[in-house]
Design a protein around this ligand. Structure first.
Ligand SMILES: Cc1ncc(COP(=O)(O)O)c(C=O)c1O
Length: 392
């Protein structure tokens, strides 16, 4: 049957218009806009990583294709990083360089999922994770989770178990979490993995914020647990750790046999990650240690300042606050949209909580690293009164 002018059904789940209305509203009323809806950093990466530091005369074929698996020097640098950070050895044949964790999750889902499959998606979640799963024709099964961890009697294992069906094929775990800033405890991870083991699920470990943790020991990576070594696929990215989001470089690793198929699938998607930026990424991994330390302190200070200014709990890691604004909504309101409009009128853009899960329509997400500290202060000054106003 002809399709024109229609599009494929699975593409209807994808929307890119989420913020435009609020952005227009903010622009109409303000000289200065504070884009706290964008999950990015104001910091430029270390010199050795920057685009302008990559020179054709130093790298013959700088703009040629890289090997599909990734630039060998970058794979070496990542193996060294993992050895130093986690005291673990990662074999080359388990590593795939990808155009960020977004491409990583997308390509892995393309390999693992069939239409109709279900993926357990503890919520709230990174907005793109739901769409990536949905674009494969699979169902992201949302399980309210990170915001419930402190609820007396909340049982993480029972919550996930109740969502398992005979179509469930994978469990996605993201810690430190976008958007809550929560770092999962060992006990919670144990409970989650029991469900994965019991039902033979793939475990998708999103490590995007692995280096952004505050006033605590580094989180222990889930993918390193021996009981899931055969089923864990991990996603790392330089976007958050090294301020490299636009460079689009990340790593995916998992069981060697699976990674062979993933390399094949990557060939048909992006072929390779951008070679100049892979070479920049070598510079980030080799010379970015102090930069990462500084970021951790700067981001912690920003996260704590934002939480204190708005009267909410301080984040444990990551780059976001996730806030229930129902006390500031009119009774009967079904979403945070009116609140987001008030923020936009004050020049500050925040993310609707609904993009992080269906149960969070009355929440908002704020990124505290997208603008420098002085601008964050100004934005918080504009937001604070709105967070004190009862909804009525
Ligand atoms: C939890 C999480 N995973 C993955 C990504 C995507 O990272 P990348 O820039 O490497 O595609 C993000 C980006 O915001 C994220 O928050």
């Amino acid at each position: 049957m002809p399709r024109f002018p229609n599009i494929a059904e699975h593409a209807n789940s994808v929307s890119h218009r989420v913020y435009s209305e609020l952005a227009e509203r903010a622009r109409a009323n303000n000289q200065e806009i504070f884009p706290l809806h964008v999950g990015d950093t104001y910091r430029d990466p270390v010199m050795a990583a920057r685009a302008e530091a990559q020179k054709s005369e130093e790298h013959p074929g700088l703009h040629a294709y890289a090997p599909v698996r990734g630039e060998p020097a970058l794979i070496d640098a990542f193996i060294e990083y993992v050895a130093k950070r986690h005291e673990a050895t990662l074999d080359r044949d388990r590593i795939q360089v990808m155009s960020g964790a977004t491409a990583g999750l997308s390509i892995v889902c393309q390999v693992l999922l069939e239409p109709g499959d279900e993926v357990l998606l503890p919520s709230p979640f990174w907005p793109l994770s739901r769409g990536i799963i949905a674009t494969k024709g699979a169902s992201p099964v949302q399980v309210p989770f990170y915001t419930r961890l402190d609820e007396p009697g909340f049982d993480p294992e029972a919550a996930l178990e109740a969502a398992v069906t005979d179509r469930t094929v994978a469990l996605y775990i993201n810690t430190p979490n976008n958007p809550t800033g929560r770092i999962l405890s060992e006990t919670t991870v144990d409970a989650m993995l029991r469900v994965a083991m019991r039902h033979d699920l793939w475990v998708l470990c999103d490590e995007a914020y692995e280096e952004i943790y505050f006033d605590r020991e580094p989180p222990t990576p889930i993918w390193l647990r021996s009981e899931i070594r055969d089923r864990a696929v991990a996603f790392h990215t330089l976007s958050k750790t090294y301020g490299f989001a636009g460079a689009r470089v990340g790593f995916t690793h998992g069981p060697a046999e699976l990674m062979g198929t993933i390399a094949g699938m990557q060939t048909f998607h992006t072929y390779c990650a951008a070679r100049p930026m892979q070479l920049g990424a070598v510079g980030a991994l080799r010379e970015g240690g102090a930069w990462v330390e500084d970021s951790r302190t700067l981001y912690r200070d920003a996260g704590y300042a934002a939480a204190d200014a708005l009267g909410v709990a301080r984040p444990q890691g990551g780059t976001f606050l996730f806030i229930d604004v129902s006390p500031h909504l009119r009774s009967g309101a079904t979403s945070s949209f009116a609140f987001l409009e008030r923020c936009a009128d004050a020049g500050v853009l925040l993310t609707p909580g609904a993009s992080c899960g269906d149960d969070y329509a009355k929440w908002v997400r704020l990124c505290f690293t997208s603008v420098p500290p002085a601008r964050l202060d100004s934005a918080l000054g504009r937001l604070a009164p709105l967070f004190q106003t009862p909804g009525g």
